[in-house]
Design a protein around this ligand. Sequence first.
Ligand code: ASP
Ligand code: MG
Length: 408
Amino acid sequence: MALYVYKFGGTSVGSVERIKAVAKKVKKVHDLGDQIVVVVSAMSGETNRLVALAKEMQPQPNEREMDVLLSTGEQVTVSLLSMALHELGCPACSYTGGQVKILTDSSHTKARIRNIDDTRMRADLSAGKVVVVAGFQGVDENNNITTLGRGGSDTTAVALAAALKADECHIYTDVDGVYTTDPRVEPKARRLDKITFEEMLEMASLGSKVLQIRSVEFAGKYNVALRVLSSFTEGKGTLITYEESQMESALVSGIAFNRDEAKLTITGVPDLPGVAFKILGPIADANIEVDMIIQNIADDATTDFTFTVHRNDYPRAKALLENGCAELGARKVTGDDSIVKVSIVGVGMRSHAGIASTMFKTLAKEGINIKMISTSEIKISVVVDEKYLELAVRALHAAFKLDQEIES
Ligand code: ASP
Ligand code: MG
């Protein structure tokens, strides 16, 4: 007998018909004698609808009340799914996050899970019931309802799988797995059978939206076998796992990209201790996330400093930088909000040389100018003009032979 946690995203429970289809799928597992905990998201569009309602009341909604509101989306789907299971003659019981209970910290709208009490779930499972848990929510020490941030149901599922020591955690979504890149940009993109936690983490933070980043961190930390599958088609999906020797034949596993980037440069900055802090301190204080940072080598005792931010934050970041320019004794501030970031990701980079040069050669051949470069152990990112995004992704996809099956 196995224990599974299945998570169904918003489109998988987006209508009465779809919820009924999920119930059938769950019943099949139950009928085989396996134990199953199901986590669901709100119906697709529901969380956005609730956010919009809140903003009509208060432009900056009170965060505690926001969580009370947002958590209702998932409360609808757990109860409906449980009813659908009852209707099929499958015993089931639904719970909100707070009822389980999933204890979180008190950071409303972005709470982190601290502890999960599995007593009630275990009792239900032993009694032969399907346990249906609302994703994306918990309660803090004072019993205030909290939510885990957008996409948080993935994290609920992985956390429950870790707490229950489930055999596998399945994330059912509207794509049939993790792809080498976004198939809308490169139709030759292939579904990966396996990807490592580390690669998945990079892909997720670089813009691939298949899983919430925190769920992947969680799965890696607690060694939860995590599988991404489609709820609409049959298939094995993609297994997210630890590094294995058979994966070593792939140098690059995927290409991620992010369209919403902007870059800012401040030139002629005096090359003195504390300057980076003076430039980036006010940006951090304004809660603006900075991604790539480059400081040039100094000649004539001044240096240039460039960094990227999310495109939405560009006007604010530029204004802050311009304000500080005179005080810093810098020359001028320039910026560009029509750039994108393209990254290649693969654990194979650790043990193979020449990957960066293949990347740069490929972009050069297409006449694509690289504006910034940053690397980590398992990824190389470049910033290029947004008009080259599709071309860069396709050229790199071909150069690293991602359209071909890997021989193992
Ligand atoms: N319903 C929430 C959202 O849309 C949580 C989730 O679906 O994972 O972000
Ligand atoms: Mg989601």
